[in-house]
Write a protein that binds this ligand. Structure first.
Ligand code: MTE
Ligand code: MO
Length: 379
């Protein structure tokens, strides 16, 4: 069993699959903390967790066409000036379980908790590339490829790539991280070194990093080429041409109600109900407003921001936690329920699509429509 040396997991994580291990926490617990404790941080593994001895760890760096490659130990990385950022990571398939209600898709049935926020400490990737001899003004190179230590049954490694501007720009804030929330990375989250590409889809935040290649080309890995791409609702598996859709990088703005849950019965206090959730946008955009409704969108209210960091766009990498105490119509005896919905607005004034019907896609990615739940009201 290639999964026999996987780490032990906290029982609060609800598995969507066990081998490989994929799990998210209960959404109501997720929004209790601005910085997600490691026990509550969702896990998204495509393959068995590699067992890496930090003492033996080597990171290889190759600049295509150059004769030499550079090899760095964990100590070499730790000797370089370090930096800490707070960044949210979100899986492209977050909230897939809502999209599935339109029509089935291929992918894990994620709820709204395949997202989390942590502090990450490590070395800026741009410093490592500079030391390795990359001339940042050489426009021959277009991509930075990451190869990981985890392998599939045919011997292929997990891999992904990002455009080179994101790696080179100081404001891109890409890190080779060796700490999460001030402690060494847990094995599930990439021990000893992972890439943090803030503002960019989870899939490019490569864990168990083994090799970096500066290249004219994207990563050729399955996950860069034939997965994690968006399609039209009219495209099915027979006519999907993966060469025609770009690989997902920055994610669109999204939000979710994490407390209460769809179908819950909740108390009405002084004619109001309390709801809580998160909002986040990719590309370093900040959430500037969260709108909530308790009557199916007839009337809207602006939610309170409970937690947000002060960094400005386009370097605002972490999520926003919000809550709202919204009035419900409890005068009429017939109203025993509320249709609650949320949409967020980011600093580009982009907002969310109204429903999943119009953004449905075969892989069930980029599911950022209004989050809608129905609850029963207890007077
Ligand atoms: N890196 C490696 N080496 N192997 C993986 O399976 N999964 C990716 C990414 N990096 C993956 C990986 C995906 S799809 C996501 S969403 C994030 O890691 C999840 O990070 P987490 O498990 O730390 O939450
Ligand atoms: Mo993912």
């Amino acid at each position: 069993d290639p999964y026999s040396s996987d780490p032990k997991r906290h029982p609060v994580l609800k598995p969507a699959s066990v081998k490989p291990f994929n799990a998210e926490p209960p959404p109501s617990l997720l929004v209790e903390n601005f910085i997600t404790p490691k026990e509550l941080f969702y896990v998204r593994n495509h393959l068995p967790v590699p067992n890496i001895d930090a003492e033996q760890y080597k990171l290889e760096i190759e600049i295509e066409g150059a004769k030499k490659t550079v090899s760095l130990s964990l100590d070499d990385l730790k000797k370089m000036p370090k930096k800490t950022i707070t960044a949210t990571i979100m899986c492209a398939g977050n909230r897939r379980s809502e999209m599935v209600k339109v029509k089935t898709v291929k992918g894990l049935n994620w709820g709204p908790a395949a997202v989390a926020n942590a502090t990450w400490t490590g070395v800026p990737l741009r410093d490592v590339l500079k030391n390795a001899g990359l001339d940042q003004f050489d426009d021959k190179y277009k991509h930075v490829q990451f190869e990981a230590e985890d392998v599939d049954a045919t011997g292929k490694n997990y891999g992904a790539s990002i455009p080179i501007w994101k790696a080179i720009d100081e404001r891109g804030d890409v890190l080779l991280a060796y700490e999460m929330n001030g402690a060494p990375l847990p094995r599930d989250h990439g021990y000893p070194v992972r890439v943090i590409v803030p503002g960019v889809v989870g899939a490019r935040n490569v864990k168990w990093l083994a090799k970096i290649v500066i290249s004219e080309h994207e990563s050729t890995s399955h996950w860069q080429q034939n997965d994690y791409k968006g399609f039209s609702p009219c495209t099915d598996w027979e006519d999907a041409d993966f060469t025609k859709s770009p690989a997902i990088q920055e994610l669109p703005v999204t939000s979710a109600i994490c407390k209460p849950y769809d179908g819950d019965t909740i108390d009405v206090v002084d004619g109001k109900i309390l709801i809580k959730g998160y909002a986040w946008s990719g590309g370093g955009q900040k959430i500037v407003r969260v709108d909530v409704s308790a009557d199916g969108g007839k009337t809207w209210h602006v939610a309170n921001v409970d937690a947000q960091d002060s960094s400005e766009p386009p370097r605002h990498w972490s999520w926003t936690l919000w809550s709202a105490n919204i009035p419900v119509d409890n005068k009429s005896k017939t109203v025993g329920f509320a249709d609650i919905m949320v949409k967020a607005v980011d600093s580009c004034y982009n907002t969310q699509p109204e429903n999943f019907e119009h953004i449905w896609n075969i892989r069930g990615v980029l599911g950022n429509a209004y989050h809608k739940i129905k609850v029963n009201l207890k007077q």
